[in-house]
Design a protein around this ligand. Structure first.
Ligand code: CA
Length: 474
C-alpha cells in the first residue's frame, strides 16, 4: 500500500513516491486506511489533484532473491540526517528525537503490559524485542517533503507497464485454480487482486527489507505518530508470537507494511486468511494466503461482485466541472443526460449504477465515472491516482486496451514553491483560508474552483501552470 493516507489504510503500502525512492513505503503514503495499511500521511496526499505523494515504488533496485525468503535484507541503511523534521512537529526536532532514542529500551519495555493483555507470552516478548534498536533514518523518511510530485500520467506510466502486465498474466495463469477458488469464496475480481500484488510489491519481489518489528518499535517510541504505531508494533508482536510469520519473513517498508500486498500489522490482524489450511497465515510466501487475504480485505471494504471500478468517459464542451466532485453521486443515466459518453465504442453495461465524475488532469484530460468499487480500491490507498492505476492495470490484465483519450502531457507539474505561491495568491484574493503548506488538498481545490468561476474559466480545480499564471495576473 502506498504511503499517503490519512485515515486508515489497510493493506497495501505500496505506493512510493515515484520521484522519491526514499519515500517508498507504500503504506507510508497510505496514511492509514481502513485496515491500518498506510500509516503516514505523505505531504500532499489526500485529495490532491496532482497526486503528490503516493506513488508506488517503482524505482528501487531489483532485490536479490534469497532461497528461503523473498526479500533480501542487506541494503545498508543510510544514517539519520540528525536534522529537525520538516513537519515542524515538536516530537520531530533533532533534540526530541535524540531524547526519545535514548529512552528507547525503556519505551519498548513499557509496552509489556499491553502485550501481555493481548496474550503474548513473556518469553516471546523478551525474545523478539531483545535486539531492537532505534532506526532513526525512519525519522527523515517520515518527514520528507517532496519538491516535485508526479503527474497522474507519469504515475500511470511508471506503474502500468508492459512488463508488469506480462508478468501478471503469467501469475494469473499459473495460479488460475487458486484465483478461481478465491473469487468463488469472496466475490472479488481476480484481476484487481493481481493488480494490487503487482503494484504493491512487483509480485512479491520488492516489499522492503526492514524488520517490521524494529520499524514499528522505532515509530512507536520516537516521533509524531507514536500512538498509531504502538498498535502496529503490538500487532506485529502478535504475528510473531502466534508463529504466522518468522522475524525473517516479517520484513517490509520503513512504515511497517510487509508481504506481497503490503499489509500493515493491524491489517494483517483483520484480514489475513489461512486459505491453504497449513496453520499459518503467510501473506509473504504462501500464494493462496496472499490471494485470499487480499480478497478478504476488498470484501470487507465493500467490493461489489460482478461490477467494475469505473469507466473512461468523454466530457462535452462547456461542461460544468463543479459537478466533478466525489460527493456528487449520480446514476449513469443522469450523467448521460448531462452529455457524458463512454469513451471508445462500448456502451455502459448498466445505467442505474451510481458514479462520481473524476477529472484527474483537469478539464484538458480524460474523464472517468467511478463506481463504488473505486472507493473500495481507495480503502487500500486513499490516493485517486493510485486507485485509477490499480483499476486500469486490472483492466489491462484482463485484456483491456489503453485509455482512449490523451493526457495533457505538455502540462507540467507545479514545484513545491509554485504550489505555495498558488495558495498564497488564492489567500490574497480571499479564496483560500488555510495556511499555505504546499499540499494541494481538497481546500485548495475548492479555492481554485471559486477563483476559476470568478474569471469564467472551467472550474476543474486543477492546479495547472496556466491557472498559476492567471493568478499572477499574467
Ligand atoms: Ca497458510
Amino acid at each position: 500500500m502506498i504511503a499517503l493516507k490519512p485515515s486508515d489504510v489497510a493493506g497495501g503500502a505500496l505506493v512510493l513516491a515515484l520521484l522519491l525512492p526514499e519515500l517508498v513505503s507504500p503504506n507510508a503514503a497510505f496514511g492509514q486506511s481502513s485496515s491500518g495499511g498506510r500509516p503516514l500521511m505523505l505531504p500532499s496526499a489526500q485529495s490532491a489533484p496532482q497526486y503528490t505523494g503516493s506513488i508506488p515504488q517503482p524505482a528501487s533496485p531489483p532485490r536479490i532473491t534469497m532461497p528461503q525468503r523473498r526479500y533480501a535484507q542487506a541494503t545498508p541503511a543510510k544514517e539519520w540526517s540528525g536534522e529537525d523534521g520538516a513537519s515542524g512537529h515538536p516530537l520531530m526536532t533533532s533534540d526530541a528525537i535524540r531524547q526519545a532514542a535514548a529512552n528507547f529500551d525503556n519505551c519498548v519495555a513499557s509496552m509489556w503490559p499491553a502485550a501481555a493483555k493481548r496474550g503474548i507470552s513473556q518469553d516471546s516478548f523478551q525474545r523478539f524485542t531483545a535486539d531492537l534498536q532505534p532506526d532513526l533514518r525512519i525519522m527523515d523518511l517520515m518527514d520528507q517533503q517532496p519538491e516535485f510530485t508526479k503527474s497522474v500520467w507519469d504515475y500511470l506510466d511508471v506503474l502500468v507497464t508492459d512488463a508488469r502486465i506480462a508478468r501478471g498474466r503469467e501469475i494469473l495463469a499459473k495460479n488460475a485454480a487458486t484465483f478461481a477458488a478465491v473469487e468463488k469464496t469472496y466475490g472479488v475480481d481476480r484481476y484487481i487482486i493481481a493488480a494490487i500484488w503487482g503494484i504493491e510489491s512487483n509480485y512479491g519481489t520488492q516489499g522492503g527489507d526492514r524488520s517490521v518489528l524494529n520499524s514499528t518499535a522505532t515509530l512507536a517510541c520516537i516521533g509524531r505518530r507514536q500512538n498509531y504505531f504502538r498498535d502496529e508494533f503490538l500487532a506485529a508482536l502478535e504475528i510473531l508470537h502466534h508463529g504466522d510469520l518468522t522475524p525473517q519473513q516479517l520484513r517490509g517498508s520503513w512504515a511497517g507494511a510487509f508481504g506481497a500486498t503490503q499489509f500493515m500489522p493491524t491489517a494483517f490482524k483483520r484480514f489475513a486468511v489461512d486459505f491453504d489450511h497449513d496453520g499459518k497465515r503467510n501473506v509473504v510466501d504462501d500464494v493462496p494466503d496472499i490471494i485470499a487475504s487480499t480478497a478478504m480485505k476488498f470484501k470487507k471494504d465493500g467490493w461489489q461482485p460482478g461490477q467494475t471500478w469505473g469507466y473512461e468517459v468523454v466530457v462535452p464542451q462547456g461542461f460544468n466541472f463543479l459537478l466533478a466532485d466525489r460527493a456528487r453521486n449520480y446514476t449513469i443515466a443522469q450523467w448521460e443526460q448531462l452529455g457524458i459518453r463512454r469513451a471508445g465504442t462500448k456502451p455502459f453495461p448498466r445505467n442505474t449504477d451510481k458514479a462520481f465524475l473524476l477529472m484527474p488532469a483537469g478539464a484538458d484530460g480524460p474523464g472517468f465515472l467511478m463506481l463504488g468499487n473505486f472507493r473500495a480500491i481507495m480503502r487500500y490507498n486513499p490516493s485517486e491516482a493510485y486507485a485509477l492505476a490499480i483499476g486500469h492495470f486490472a483492466d489491462r490484465l484482463r485484456g483491456g486496451q489503453p485509455f482512449v483519450q490523451q493526457w495533457p502531457r505538455g502540462e507540467r507539474v507545479l514545484s513545491r514553491d509554485e504550489r505555495l505561491e498558488l495558495q498564497q495568491l488564492l489567500a490574497q484574493r480571499g479564496f483560500y483560508k488555510g495556511e499555505p503548506d504546499g499540499n494541494l488538498g481538497g481546500d485548495t481545490r475548492k479555492a481554485l474552483r471559486s477563483f476559476q468561476v470568478s474569471v469564467g474559466a472551467p472550474a476543474d480545480g486543477y492546479a495547472s501552470s496556466g491557472v498559476l499564471d492567471r493568478l499572477r495576473g499574467r
